[in-house]
Design a protein around this ligand. Structure first.
Ligand code: A3P
Length: 281
């Protein structure tokens, strides 16, 4: 049900990734050598965890605006950039993003103690969101059933590997590099946007009035983004697929009782040493 994908160090990637670059083993290694600026922000997310949403909030805070970014896309998804030298001409402060494991982020960014904004979303909703994404994304080209997809998700065979590996690695990194990574929870951001945007602003060192925080919350609501953001993924059936539902708990419309029990058992085992406070509703 799934096309083969390029693989690197045991993890597969969507086929848009320019793997065949001359002179380097692949783009994942090139990312590690990106020259960093002190003002760079990298958004680190597992796929379907609210990357575009986080980008808009961070962009509004950094650029002191309450307007959605006119550009259709995040400035630079690192693993999707053909020629990383284009990043040299992006004005500061640059906002980049990646779904790659923390170990592949630019080395200099780590050395500079550059800022990282990490959004985490409960993996059941991530899985459902990823399912709909993969049904439509020509770079992934999945045409199987929900049941098959859930199996692929749970066994880490999807592009970007397992959710657990990704999130546990970044949790360890947050411990190893204190103050460098800010984790926000999708569910908290959805339920208490003003409070959570304030936390994010504090992390970025940006002073923001309550009025501005409220405006940002309104402009980055799902409804407003779905209506007003150009969705660059309009490639399959004329409908974009980034702004699908934007809800907490859509997994309940998809998981059977049995699938849910199996998922819970894996979650409990994998997350036994984790301090994340994941909420499913
Ligand atoms: P759903 O498929 O559940 O609707 P990413 O940007 O990482 O690809 O994540 C996409 C998911 O985030 C989609 O989830 C999308 O609807 C949701 N999303 C995008 N903007 C959002 C917003 N402003 N508020 C809440 N969810 C949002």
């Amino acid at each position: 049900e799934q096309v083969p994908h390029p693989e690197f160090e045991g993890v597969s990637y969507p086929s848009f990734i320019p793997f065949r670059k001359k002179g380097a083993k692949n783009v994942i290694e090139d990312i590690m050598n990106v020259k960093s600026r002190d003002s760079d922000i990298i958004i680190c997310t597992y796929a379907k965890s609210g990357t575009h949403w986080t980008y808009e909030i961070v962009n509004m805070l950094l650029r002191n605006t309450t307007e959605l970014d006119k550009n259709s896309k995040i400035q630079a998804m690192l693993e999707a950039v053909d020629d990383l030298s284009v990043l040299d001409s992006v004005p500061s402060p640059r906002i980049m993003d990646t779904h790659c494991l923390f170990k592949y982020i630019p080395k200099q960014h780590r050395e500079n103690k550059g800022k990282i904004v990490h959004m985490i979303r409960n993996p059941k909703d991530v899985c459902v969101s990823y399912y709909y994404h993969c049904l439509k994304d020509v770079f992934i080209n999945f045409d199987g059933t929900w049941e098959e997809f859930l199996e692929l998700f749970m066994s880490g065979k999807l592009p970007y590997g397992t959710w657990y590996n990704y999130e546990l690695e970044i949790e360890r990194a947050a411990r190893d590099f204190p103050g460098m990574i800010f984790t926000c929870y999708y569910e908290d951001m959805k339920q208490e946007p003003v409070r959570e945007i304030k936390k994010l602003a504090d992390f970025l060192g940006i002073a923001c009035s309550n009025d501005t925080l409220e405006k940002i919350a309104k402009k980055t609501s799902f409804e407003n983004m779905q209506k007003n953001k150009f969705d660059f993924t309009e490639i399959v059936d004329g409908k974009g697929f980034i702004y699908r539902k934007g809800e907490i708990g859509d997994w309940k419309n998809h998981f059977t009782v049995k699938q849910n029990e199996k998922f819970d058992a894996q979650f409990k085992e994998e997350m036994k040493d984790s301090r994340y406070k994941i909420t499913f509703e």
